[in-house]
Design a protein around this ligand. Structure first.
Ligand code: 3PY
Ligand code: MG
Length: 255
């Protein structure tokens, strides 16, 4: 992880915090990137954003203090290469189930001969230095199936994996549990045990572990438990929550 906003959070011994970006708005992403968050994640998997839009949104982060990470829609070199060319500071690669798939994600972030990334930086200002272009990006892989949990230690041992981001909802579904249970006050013990196994594997490998946090209280618990990268909030939910709160307060004030 090379972005200074992330290392600054970690050297202060706290988790780096970021919101999900799910809407195509330069204004929203810029606003959130200047709100004190350490990173933003443009979500190309669970939104209608694609890599082209992600590239345009990344452009708006040029002077922002927060890192710009993209969750690509699948583990595919062309998708990963395009958002890195557009200036992403890192990628989150979904549904990585074993060491081979983790190695594929890492290879997509590295140029030949180490990887399969093709040379073609797109953003003015990124420069043409292959080493610098490689070192500036972080490859985070998602463990979100029982297979992935089973292979957690092997996935974490793949050189170049900067960290693991757990997908509790997909993991719950894979375990036959309700997706929503992953973000409840008391997630099922079977699920938390699986997540703990991944967290321990990352600690043993000396890499970062992240996950979505359901609330500020949940994020605080996760930080105390050793998580170092947490998503808290999303553009649309942040907007809605504040709007609902204002209406509630106004209604109350009006008696
Ligand atoms: C999951 O919970 O499965 C996720 O992918 C969270 O973003
Ligand atoms: Mg998922």
């Amino acid at each position: 992880m090379s972005h200074s906003a992330l290392s600054k959070a970690w050297s202060a011994n706290r988790a780096a915090l970021g919101p999900w970006i799910t809407t195509d708005s330069e204004w929203s992403i810029e606003t959130l990137a200047f709100s004190g968050y350490d990173f933003v994640v443009i979500d190309c998997q669970h939104s209608l954003l694609d890599e082209v839009t992600a590239g345009r949104l990344l452009k708006g982060l040029a002077n922002a203090p927060a890192a710009g990470i993209v969750r690509v829609s699948r583990n595919e070199p062309a998708r990963i290469g395009r958002v890195l060319d557009a200036g992403a500071d890192g990628v989150i690669v979904p549904l990585v189930n074993n060491a081979d798939e983790a190695a594929e994600a890492v290879a997509a972030c590295h140029y030949s001969p180490k990887g399969v990334r093709s040379f073609g930086p797109f953003r003015a200002g990124l420069g043409f230095d292959v080493k610098a272009l490689t070192e500036r990006v972080s490859c985070l892989v998602m463990i979100e199936t029982s297979k992935g949990v089973e292979n957690a230690a092997k996935i974490c041992a793949v050189p170049g994996v900067a960290g693991v981001f757990i997908g509790p909802a997909d993991l719950a579904v894979d375990m036959g549990l309700a997706a929503g249970s992953a973000f409840s006050e008391n997630p099922p013990a079977q699920l938390t045990a699986a997540m703990d196994k991944v967290l321990k594997a990352t600690a043993a490998a000396g890499i970062v572990c992240g996950r979505p946090a359901a609330s500020v209280a949940d994020a605080s618990r996760a930080t105390a438990g050793g998580y170092r990268l947490l998503t808290v909030g999303a553009d649309r939910t942040l907007l809605r929550e504040r709007a609902v709160q204002i209406i509630k307060e106004m209604t109350k004030a009006a008696g």
